[in-house]
Each structure stands twice: as structure tokens, then as C-alpha cells.
Ligand binder design. Structure first.
Ligand code: AHM
Ligand code: MG
Length: 343
């Protein structure tokens, strides 16, 4: 028998690193790991694949529109953010890894039905952030974070498990449904990005160890709100878009979906801001489902995230749907913005 021509050591990968392999390799580095975290993560990724598949067919399947409308077959159609919410709940609830969930789409905590085991983790998510972008075929995303429960094991979780600060997050991430679908996640020590191959049905490591640049050249804010801002925010925007002695004029980019704006900020640097304004005195974005997970990722990549006074990760939540101002991105750009915002 003739032997095939050797093309390199057997364990050198011809296929790249799958998300599954990445998770298993990391699990083995933690001797105390039980596989619970990996199991939960795999369920979230299954939900993301189902949501991504449905998002990519949104224009075809008659699913656009409001809850309660009917599609061409006369069937009731579900709004995509309802669909995404239900997909995550149903994919995760029976797995035995979580004891309670919180969703931007649901007013109250989502309990795990008593017929299922009550796990040791807590999952919070924004199932489809930026959903206003669906109808114009622009990027949207899913944001999630995982905490350890703080109430006794074996019982149903409570609000106390959900109201934990971002500093105690075990892992956070987002999935962006864009020109390609990507997962970006961190367990706090590094941030890795994976691109989805729809032919294989798997995420592959494409952006290992993402580091946000110290300073960028882009600012991202809804400038249509200019007249509703504080004087400090107005002065900062006037300053950042003008050339000055030690910097170029920054360019403005604003997609209006936090996942898309943050994804660009993480890769290219710069700053994303949703400040308080006269209509949204505490800001618009939700601490638990949007600000905290993104702050966790950006800090792990070497960036900064503040509510204008304090690090977002240090805010102790008092309500499930609490809002917060957000100044997030490259550390130098955030420090510059805070000098203005604090006046
Ligand atoms: P949503 O969770 O209802 O989709 O709203 C959150 C979105 C963010 O993704 C985005 O950054 C922000 O709202 C945009 O708000 P605005 O249209 O006020 O600029
Ligand atoms: Mg949202």
C-alpha cells in the first residue's frame, strides 16, 4: 500500500479552530470546570444559529412586520425580536445550566419551569438589539452575559441573581448578523471573534485576542439629539469633529444598532456614546442587557466604559430594566469625552 504524501504534522489544523474546540481547550485549562459553562454556551450558540438563519430569510418569509399580522399564507407571523427571545428561552431553559434568565423583551424575570433542573448560572440577554434595522436590511445583533448565581443552588433563581454588577460577569458576548455573522465573546482575560460558515454550520476563530486601539478616529453618537444634550456633551462633539493642534477631526459613524456600532469601535477604535438627554435623563440603553456586557468585552480588550462618572462594570443594578448613559471605546477617547461630560 502506498502512503499519502505528508502535508504537515497530523495535529496541525487544515480547518482552523472551531468555536467548540476553542471552548473545550479553555475548559481544560480550568481544572475545576464541570462542563456546565461550555454546555450553556453551546445552547446559546445554537439559539444564535437559529436566529441568524431566520434573520437572513426575513425579507423572504413574510416575517417582517408587527406581532399579530399575517403572512402570505394567512398564518400569524411573529415579530423577529419575539422569535429571537423565544428561541433563546426554549434552547436554554431545559438544559440544567441556568436558574433564571432576564431578557430585554420580557418585563419580569424568566423562571426556569420546576420540571427542569435549576442550574448554577444566570443568563441575561437582548435577543435582537437594534431591531429597528431589520426592515432596512442593516446589521442587528444578540447581546448576552452570564453570571454565577448568588442564591442557594438547587432552587429557582430570584431577582437577586439578576441584579449583579458587570464586574461579576463570568462571560459576555454578542452575535452580529451582518454581511457575515460573527460571535465575539470574552471570559474576561481576552476577547475572541468567530465568523460563521453557513455551509458548515459552525463558527470559526477569525479574530483571536482582539485589542481595541488606544485611540481611534471615529465618534459614534446620535447627533440628531444635539439640542437635547447637556452643554458638556455638546462641547465635546464640537471639539471632537474639529481639527485641533494634537488631533485630526474625527469622523462620525452611527448605524443605530449598538452591536454594529460597538463591533466597529472594538475593531477600529474610537468611541460610542449614548449620553443622557432631556428626554432620556438616565440615558437610553439598558444596563443589564446592553451596557454591562459590552463594557465587559471592551474592558477585556483594553478599552474603557463609563456612565459619565463611574465605570459601568461597577454599577450595582437596582432594577431589571435600568437604563444608563454610556461612554465606551478606546481608553484615550473615553477619557477625553469624560473631561467634557463632567462639566
Ligand atoms: P432596541 O434594544 O430597542 O433595539 O434599542 C436599542 C438601540 C441600540 O442598539 C442603539 O444603539 C440605540 O437603540 C439607538 O437609539 P437611537 O435611535 O435613539 O439613536
Ligand atoms: Mg436593545
Amino acid at each position: 500500500m502506498t502512503h499519502a504524501v505528508s502535508i504537515g504534522p497530523l495535529h496541525e489544523s487544515p480547518i482552523g479552530t472551531t468555536l467548540e474546540r476553542h471552548l473545550l481547550d479553555r475548559q481544560r485549562q480550568m481544572p475545576e470546570a464541570t462542563g456546565d459553562f461550555t454546555g450553556l454556551f453551546q445552547q446559546i450558540m445554537l439559539a444564535a444559529k437559529i436566529i441568524g438563519s431566520r434573520v437572513s430569510k426575513a425579507g423572504l418569509s413574510g416575517i417582517l412586520g408587527r406581532t399579530g399580522t399575517t403572512n402570505v399564507q394567512g398564518e400569524q407571523v411573529m415579530k423577529l425580536d419575539d422569535f429571537a427571545n423565544r428561541t433563546i428561552v426554549q434552547t436554554v431553559e431545559a438544559g440544567g445550566h441556568v436558574c433564571i434568565m432576564g431578557s430585554e423583551e420580557v418585563e419580569e424575570p424568566i423562571k426556569i419551569p420546576s420540571q427542569y433542573p435549576q442550574g448554577k448560572y444566570v443568563l441575561q440577554f437582548d435577543p435582537l438589539d437594534g431591531s429597528g434595522n431589520i426592515d432596512i436590511n442593516a446589521s442587528i445583533g444578540t447581546i448576552f452575559s452570564i453570571h454565577r448565581r448568588v442564591t442557594p443552588e438547587g432552587q429557582q433563581g430570584t431577582l437577586e441573581d439578576l441584579l449583579q454588577k458587570g464586574r461579576d460577569i463570568v462571560a459576555a458576548g454578542y452575535v452580529i448578523y451582518g454581511s457575515s455573522n460573527m460571535l465575539v465573546y470574552s471570559t474576561g482575560d481576552q476577547v475572541d471573534g468567530f465568523t460563521y460558515d453557513p455551509g458548515v454550520g459552525e463558527f470559526f476563530l477569525s479574530h483571536p485576542k482582539i485589542r481595541i486601539p488606544e485611540r481611534g478616529g471615529i465618534y459614534s453618537i446620535n447627533e440628531g439629539n444635539y439640542h437635547n444634550w447637556s452643554e458638556g456633551t455638546q462641547k465635546w462633539v464640537d471639539w471632537i469633529k474639529a481639527p485641533s493642534e494634537n488631533k485630526q477631526a474625527y469622523r462620525l459613524r452611527y448605524i443605530g444598532a449598538m452591536v454594529a456600532d460597538l463591533h466597529r469601535t472594538l475593531l477600529r477604535g474610537g468611541i460610542f456614546v449614548y449620553p443622557p438627554d432631556v428626554k432620556n435623563k438616565r440615558g437610553k440603553l439598558r444596563l443589564l442587557y446592553e451596557a454591562s456586557p459590552m463594557a465587559f468585552l471592551v474592558e477585556a480588550a483594553g478599552g474603557a466604559a463609563s456612565d459619565g462618572k463611574n465605570a459601568i462594570l461597577d454599577i450595582v443594578p437596582t432594577e431589571l430594566h435600568q437604563r444608563t448613559p454610556v461612554f465606551i471605546g478606546s481608553p484615550v477617547d473615553v477619557a477625553d469625552a469624560l473631561r467634557f461630560a463632567q462639566h
